[in-house]
Ligand binder design. Structure first.
Ligand SMILES: C[S@@+](CC[C@H](N)C(=O)[O-])C[C@H]1O[C@@H](n2cnc3c(N)ncnc32)[C@H](O)[C@@H]1O
Length: 297
């Protein structure tokens, strides 16, 4: 809560309660309390402050000086994805943390975007435990089958979800042929060359006229001091430190070039502002709808 808000709130309460000082939670404090939908930011805060992550931050400068250094792997001897896969407690906390982010995110996506129409088989690549897919299938009953595609060790622990098949694999090698590919928060952890490789595999897996729906954070062209830009850049630094030193957030033009180089000449961008991400800040996600050459209207 801003100082002014605190002072004004304090005065108001003193008036209302006959001069007696009363205390209440600030907006940020309230976000840590479980809401009516059973969600809270508390696991998100706890997840970001786990020892395994905190011990990596002091090495962030090394990754800036030399991007071949992976701070997480240097501290723990292996990359974050495989490390998390072996730690059920950490994985569980991350899932709880992410649910506070992806439930409002997916609700906002599905309220504002109708591009799933006509899709019968959908794959969520890097879908983790399949939670996003569950929300998509609940809203869009016309989708007959959802495939949650992630690393074998991740899907091995995924809970059973009606109409969802969990498939373990490697998106760098191949993925299943479907009507549409959904992907959220995946490209941002890979280099441009790796992103291109992933997207070329998607292109091969998609039949003519089908599409890739990519939901990724998009940086503004020019950096500024706004809370939104700061939150996006903070996400970029988080990825660099915890996941991949070479992974980076991109601006719109970079996404366009990437899609084009992987064979997707048509790109539509939908911008969604997700108010609830990163506590009080507004965060800007774009959905990049990449379509196969000339075959999709
Ligand atoms: C940042 S998480 C995003 C998870 C989910 N899409 C979301 O938005 O909450 C990236 C996901 O990609 C998965 N992943 C990493 N490497 C992969 C690979 N080679 N093939 C398939 N999935 C992979 C990770 O296991 C993880 O679940």
């Amino acid at each position: 809560m801003e100082d002014n808000e605190c002072r004004d709130g304090g005065k108001k309460l003193q008036r209302e309660f006959g001069g007696k000082r009363k205390y209440s939670l600030t907006k940020i404090g309230k976000s840590l309390v479980t809401d009516a939908e059973g969600l809270s930011y508390a696991p998100y805060v706890l997840q970001h402050h786990q020892d395994a992550l905190m011990s990596v931050w002091p090495l962030v400068h090394e990754a800036v000086l030399d991007p071949t250094i992976e701070p997480f792997a240097k501290v723990h001897g292996e990359p974050a994805y495989s490390y998390y896969g072996k730690k059920p407690k950490m994985n569980g906390l991350m899932r709880k943390a992410m649910s506070r982010v992806f439930v409002p995110f997916m609700t906002s996506v599905l309220d504002g975007y109708d591009g799933f129409k006509g899709v019968k088989r959908l794959v969520d690549v890097g879908g983790s435990a399949g939670d996003c897919l569950r929300i998509i299938l609940q809203k869009h009953c016309f989708i007959c089958e959802g495939i949650n595609f992630d690393l074998p060790e991740v899907v091995a622990k995924a809970p059973s979800i009606p109409e969802v098949t969990h498939i373990g694999g490697d998106m760098f090698k191949s993925i299943h042929v479907v009507d549409a590919i959904f992907m959220k928060w995946v490209l941002t952890t890979w280099t441009d060359d790796e992103c291109k490789l992933i997207m070329e595999n998607y292109y091969k897996a998609l039949l003519a006229g089908r599409k890739l729906i990519a939901c990724e954070p998009v940086l503004p062209d020019d950096s500024n001091e706004s809370q939104r830009t700061r939150a996006l850049l903070e996400g970029d630094i988080f990825v660099m430190t915890i996941y991949r030193a070479k992974g980076k957030h991109k601006i719109e033009q970079e996404f366009k070039q990437l899609g084009f180089s992987a064979g997707f000449p048509h790109l539509r961008a939908f911008i969604s502002i997700i108010f609830t991400l990163f506590l009080s800040s507004k965060s800007n996600f774009s959905f990049w709808i990449l379509e196969r050459l000339g075959e999709y209207l």
